[in-house]
Design a protein around this ligand. Structure first.
Ligand code: B30
Ligand code: ZN
Length: 262
């Protein structure tokens, strides 16, 4: 396997992505720091309709370590049918995290400069305009990602127990295992009414600027031990601990971040 880009120490680390992937140096990039005092309330931003998210869903869901994140493939029965300008169909969800036993946080989006423990991305493509994710991924209005921030707490989040215990099975980059059930809605916060909305990009190369971002204001709680297992179990392509797989905040430039709440 050829490592084409990295987060730290390497030929193509974060600061140099733009040399090989020009879009990474463009002007509407993600993630961003959400500055609360600059956010504009938009009363038309209602809750999204997350159709087919409620589980447990039964099937064969690929759970893999791709060397820069851990990913669960999602069924095409999961769709956002209201609250976005088009219908979007889910493809996968993955995480970004920090490292060194809770010492460093690893969310991509920050709020008033604050970085959270970790971040969940549920990736969707515009299935009204495009037939597949592959077709949509480099097209205008192709993608929508839902982002959730994690905080650490004292109680185990039992909706994550199964996936966290299965991390040991995909320790090495390129490994995968099959999950027979997933419960995506249970992995999210209860209150899904409060979110931020802005137009941005993929947070990894090729950094395509066709992503409509929804960053939720309500957080997901995992226990210290669960976060430790997430941060310490997986290895990257060099067999180093896979950690700090987040990109730093990018300039907002002429964009406006809207919110669904006052
Ligand atoms: S994110 O949500 O903005 N972090 C992709 C999807 C979502 C985001 C970033 C990237 C994506 O689909 N990238 C292309 C696919 N990947 C393969 C993969 O499964 O994971 C190719 C790659 O990056 O080199 Cu990683
Ligand atoms: Zn991501």
């Amino acid at each position: 396997h050829v490592v084409e880009w990295t987060y730290q120490e390497g030929e193509v680390d974060e600061a140099n992505w733009g040399k090989k992937y020009p879009l990474c140096a463009a002007t509407h990039q993600s993630p961003i720091d959400i500055q609360k005092k600059k956010v504009v309330y938009n009363p038309e931003l209602g809750p999204l309709n997350l159709e087919g998210y409620e589980g447990p869903l039964h099937g064969h869901f690929r759970f893999s370590n791709n060397g820069h994140s851990v990913q669960i493939e999602l069924p095409s029965t999961m769709k956002i049918t209201r609250g976005l300008p088009h219908v979007y169909t889910a493809v996968q969800m993955h995480l970004h995290w920090g490292g060194l036993d809770l010492e460093t946080s690893g969310s991509e989006h920050t709020v008033d400069g604050m970085r959270y423990m970790a971040e969940l991305h549920i990736v969707h493509y515009n299935s009204e305009l495009y037939k597949t994710f592959d077709e949509a991924k480099d097209k205008p209005n192709g993608l929508a990602v839902l982002a959730f921030l994690y905080v650490d707490g004292n109680f185990e989040n039992t909706y994550y127990s199964e996936v966290i215990s299965r991390l040991a099975k995909i320790r090495y980059a390129g490994q995968e295992t099959i999950l027979k059930t997933v419960d995506p809605l249970a992995m999210l916060p209860e209150d899904l009414d409060r979110y931020y909305r802005y137009q941005g990009s993929l947070t990894t190369p090729p950094c395509t600027e066709n992503v409509l971002w929804t960053v939720y204001d309500t957080h997901i709680i995992l226990s210290h031990n669960q976060i430790k297992l997430l941060e310490g179990t997986l290895l990257d392509w060099h067999n180093n601990t896979l950690r700090n797989d987040y990109r730093h905040a990018q300039p907002l430039n002429d964009r406006v971040v809207e919110s669904s709440f006052k």
